[in-house]
Design a protein around this ligand. Structure first.
Ligand SMILES: [Zn+2]
Length: 422
């Protein structure tokens, strides 16, 4: 089936912007891109519209849509201990159907803000079901924990049973493993997870350097996480005395098939390790700011050649699935932190939101741009109409003026999956 779009601007991200541009797709794949007179299948010219690739939110937990509003004003650890953990066990025991409802809510909001592909981290498959229902793409990462288990080896055997029961792929996309964090996955569990991922050639996705407490525990043997593990008698499960990044590097968890979320409190040596190993970073600025964790130094990571993608994290920590807000907060955070407005541009952040996310998920040959051969996944943004003109270019218009209410169409594999007002 042939389809397409013809708009005032095409911003393919993996190529230069095209004025009065069109994209022609066949069977869900881009087969031609041009300007001027468009093939009939591209439909009528749409003035005021800018077309970009679909957004990639490379770090989400879709079922946690059910936890929106838990401990809204709590910092990281109280948010987990007083908000996420009790709410999770309550839903697990009393109303597990809420996980699927939460996943559907998360997926709908993300789709309305132009997200066409996600990196989904959870131990349940409700998120993958919600994505499939909406025709969205997703790379599943099966979450693995270890520190709270009374018997870590028994917990790992149960984890392996769950992993063995997974299908070979989800809608054609390979899945990976998520050893949750270096402070919830001690030496044994982290080692087993990395070993299994390497044996089966699967990607790894995990949280890293998210909070000061994580660093206090693993590097300095101080703080509330150290006290909690001491009280539980689980301290000997960990290799302490290293930064979180050094710890996961020594465990073999870094590399070009690994993506790590947050990296808020990492220091220079840690960024060197991430750069040297080709590890991808997923920046989740709204989540980090809402939880009061701090500000990742994205311009410095980019300067060191690290591939930095964007993620919305879960509604338990970022409250909304609005990718435009995520892009803008990333820019404001970088500029405010550096006191320099040139350190992160609209084009930079649009690249993080598309191509870099695709690279982090290992899908850059298929998505993340609109050149010939890529998937026909695009967003039509109504951002150059008379009431919104005045910005410097089409990428700036999308990033600075874009919003879910200005998204006209979201197309995935050539099919309209969201249309404003439809
Ligand atoms: Zn997360």
């Amino acid at each position: 089936m042939r389809t397409g779009v013809f708009a005032e601007w095409i911003v393919p991200v993996d190529g230069p912007p095209v004025e009065r541009g069109w994209i022609l797709a066949e069977d869900g794949i881009v087969v031609d891109v041009g300007s001027g007179h468009a093939p009939e299948a591209c439909g009528p010219y749409r003035p005021g519209m800018v077309v970009t690739p679909g957004f990639v939110s490379a770090h989400v937990h879709l079922p946690l849509g059910a936890l929106r509003g838990v401990a809204d004003d709590a910092s990281f650890l109280p948010w987990i201990s007083r908000g996420v953990l009790p709410a999770t066990s309550r839903i697990d025991t009393e109303a597990p159907h809420l996980w699927l409802e939460g996943a559907r809510l998360s997926a709908s909001e993300l789709l309305r803000s132009g997200v066409t592909c996600v990196g989904e981290n959870h131990f349940r498959l409700d998120g993958m079901r919600a994505l499939s229902e909406k025709g969205m793409r997703g790379v599943f990462f099966a979450e693995v924990f270890g520190s709270l288990a009374p018997d870590e080896e028994a917990a790992w055997r149960e984890t392996e049973r769950r992993i063995d029961a997974l299908p070979s792929d989800f809608d054609g996309l390979p899945w990976g493993l998520s050893p949750h964090t270096p402070w919830t996955c001690p030496r044994f569990t982290l080692g087993k997870t990395v070993e299994r991922a390497r044996r089966d050639a699967r990607r790894l996705s995990f949280h890293l350097e998210e909070s000061a407490e994580e660093r206090d525990f693993l590097l300095r043997s101080t703080g509330p996480l150290h006290a909690a593990n001491a009280a539980r008698g689980t301290l000997e499960r960990f290799d302490l005395g290293m930064t979180p990044t050094e710890l996961v590097d020594r465990a073999g968890a870094l590399g070009p098939t690994s993506l790590v979320a947050h990296v808020v409190v990492a220091e220079s040596d840690d960024l060197d390790r991430l750069s040297r190993t080709g590890t991808h970073v997923v920046h989740c600025p709204t989540s980090n700011l809402k939880l009061g964790e701090g500000m990742a130094d994205v311009p410095e990571m980019r300067r060191r050649g690290i591939n930095v993608a964007l993620g919305t994290d879960s509604f338990a920590s970022s409250a909304r699935g609005d990718f435009f807000e995520e892009m803008r907060v990333a820019i404001w955070m970088a500029r405010g932190r550096r006191r320099d407005a040139s350190v992160l541009t609209a084009t930079d952040v649009l690249t993080m939101a598309t191509t870099n996310g695709a690279k982090a998920l290992g899908l850059d040959a298929r998505i993340g741009g609109l050149s010939v051969g890529k998937a026909a996944d695009w967003i039509v943004h109504d951002v150059l109409g008379p009431e919104r003109r005045g910005v410097s270019g089409p990428a700036d218009a999308v990033v600075f003026l874009g919003a879910p209410e200005h998204v006209r169409d979201v197309v995935i594999a050539g099919r309209v999956r969201h249309r404003k007002g439809a």
